[in-house]
Design a protein around this ligand. Structure first.
Ligand SMILES: NC(=O)c1ccc[n+]([C@@H]2O[C@H](COP(=O)([O-])OP(=O)(O)OC[C@H]3O[C@@H](n4cnc5c(N)ncnc54)[C@H](O)[C@@H]3O)[C@@H](O)[C@H]2O)c1
Length: 281
């Protein structure tokens, strides 16, 4: 069963209350898919659910902290039980953190690794066996261009996103090796205007940030400006994701302007040079 025909099938999206996740949920519903919506922000998630239901497809929204195994397991089980199956899984929830690599506290690392990396790990673990059993479906992991290059001032974020690219490539190989029809895409956008630069709004109290240095605050301000100035909208990115699922395309690079920086990283690596600053290329 190829994923070229999406109508009537089921998509599960994490981080669906805002930004890219919300846009993907709308895009899949626009294709006639039923949609399972997960986020920690239930207020905005319920608004997304209402809009989707008004389009005439089934949907449910659920409070899911993707860093928690039990939450993601429960989300996968409810998706199959309530919507009758699952075909497209978007492991998308994510948070951003700025500052020099050595300043990130243990709580910072736990928070960002928990959401950005464990969230994807749990999604793969909880959903992929369903897809393998039916020999159909597609996994979309949201990484970032920061999973292909390592911009300064975002060390912890870069670590999580490089890991998501590695997990996605490994998942692809493992599925190909067993001849499975299940597809994988890894989404690697550059700046898109969303609420990502305001990620602290959803940080759990127990992993609260300490006092931030002037340098970390300056990096945060740069990120806020760059995200707000992003030239490609969340809707356009979601359209690229739908196309990638239909065409079974692995790498989803939405910002052509960044290609030079990716090429430069691999040239530096192969030519034995230290990495150039990708933000200055
Ligand atoms: N916006 C960009 O410029 C950009 C670029 C590259 C990659 N990304 C990635 O796109 C993904 C979506 O981010 P966005 O830009 O739409 O930001 P966003 O802040 O608008 O949306 C992220 C959503 O994730 C949710 N979330 C946070 N912690 C969670 C948790 N523990 N469990 C479940 N949900 C949680 C938030 O509540 C929010 O609704 C992230 O993985 C991000 O790293 C964004």
């Amino acid at each position: 069963m190829a994923m070229s025909e999406l109508a009537g099938r089921v998509a599960a999206v994490t981080g669906a209350a805002s930004g890219l996740g919300r846009a993907m949920a709308f895009a899949f519903a626009g294709e006639g898919m039923h949609v399972a919506l997960a986020d920690v922000d239930t207020t905005n998630l319920e608004s997304v659910e209402k809009v989707i239901r008004a389009q005439g497809v089934d949907a449910f929204s659920m409070h899911v902290d993707v860093s928690k195994a039990a939450d993601v397991d429960a989300f996968a089980e409810r998706t199959v039980a309530e919507l009758g199956g699952v075909h497209v899984v978007c492991n998308n929830a994510g948070v951003a953190l700025s500052g020099p690599a050595w300043e990130a506290t243990e709580a910072d690392w736990q928070w960002i690794l928990g959401v950005n990396l464990w969230g994807v790990i749990h999604g793969v673990r909880a959903f992929v066996p369903h897809l393998i059993a039916q020999n159909a479906g597609h996994v979309v992991n949201t990484a970032s261009v920061a999973g292909l290059i390592s911009p300064p001032g975002m060390g912890a974020y870069n670590v999580t996103k490089h890991a998501v690219v590695a997990l996605s490539e490994s998942l692809h190989h493992d599925l190909r090796e067993r001849g499975s029809a299940v597809g994988v895409s890894v989404l690697c956008p550059a700046y898109v205007p969303t609420n990502i630069a305001d990620s602290e709004r959803n940080r759990p109290r127990e992993l609260r940030a300490g006092e931030k240095s002037a340098e970390a605050l300056a990096k945060e301000a740069i990120l806020k400006k760059a995200v707000a100035a992003g030239k490609i909208s969340a809707t356009e990115v979601a359209k690229a994701v739908v196309a990638a699922v239909k065409e079974n395309r692995f790498y989803v690079l939405t910002h052509p302007a960044i290609t030079g920086a990716i090429r430069a990283r691999f040239e530096d690596l192969l030519d034995g040079r230290a990495p150039r600053d990708p933000l200055k290329l």
